[in-house]
Design a protein around this ligand. Sequence first.
Ligand SMILES: C[S@@+](CC[C@H](N)C(=O)[O-])C[C@H]1O[C@@H](n2cnc3c(N)ncnc32)[C@H](O)[C@@H]1O
Length: 224
Amino acid sequence: MANEPLANVRAGYNQWAAIYDHDANPLQALEGPIIQAAIGDPAGLDALDLGCGTGRHALWLANNGATVTALDFSESMLAEAARKPGAEKVRFISHDLHLPLPLSEHFELVVSGLVLEHLHDLNHFFTEARRALRPGGRAVVSAMHPAMFLQGTQARFTDPVSGEIVKPGSVPHSVGEFVMAAVRAGFTPTNITELAPDANFATRFPRAAKYVGWPMLVVISLRA
Ligand SMILES: C[S@@+](CC[C@H](N)C(=O)[O-])C[C@H]1O[C@@H](n2cnc3c(N)ncnc32)[C@H](O)[C@@H]1O
């Protein structure tokens, strides 16, 4: 079955939620500043965060003046988000991104951080993101770089209680598949950044040491 590798994504993130913000994940550290720079000043924007998790981007947006709707299908990730300062300003919705978005309004900005590897249908994701935007709206989407899969790496965490390595489930899409799904949905790419950590970053995030000079992250900016 095409989506078999994704059968446990929700359960995996429900388990990951308790430590997601505290396990020194280098990908989040690498990604945060790039996403924020790609978005610019979010004040006054109507923004939609797809796969918001514990609210990293949704809360940054809301705490900097955006009006934010944020969707995720992991109740535990959403519960972590809801506990944080500024959460009262965000409309959180439990939703599976494989289904049509449960929204009738339109947004100026769609953000989605580190979610694409968990989706088997990129066409559906980008079509829904495009449909949610007003004319001239934009999207900023990040993903673990497909080159990470060549190193045998995918989203994973170590359960602090059992010591077990848990992989919620990932699909190794290529950068070309990300971009062409976005183009088919009616987006124009305006920037694509592929980012590798340097030695200085690796001293701060030791888990990145084996990836110095190797692409860990791709961030795609799109215009509707
Ligand atoms: C690596 S986390 C990223 C969370 C957040 N965007 C961030 O950057 O910190 C991936 C998130 O995608 C969510 N996710 C994965 N597949 C999903 C789906 N089909 N529908 C909704 N959310 C999904 C997971 O529950 C998880 O919260």
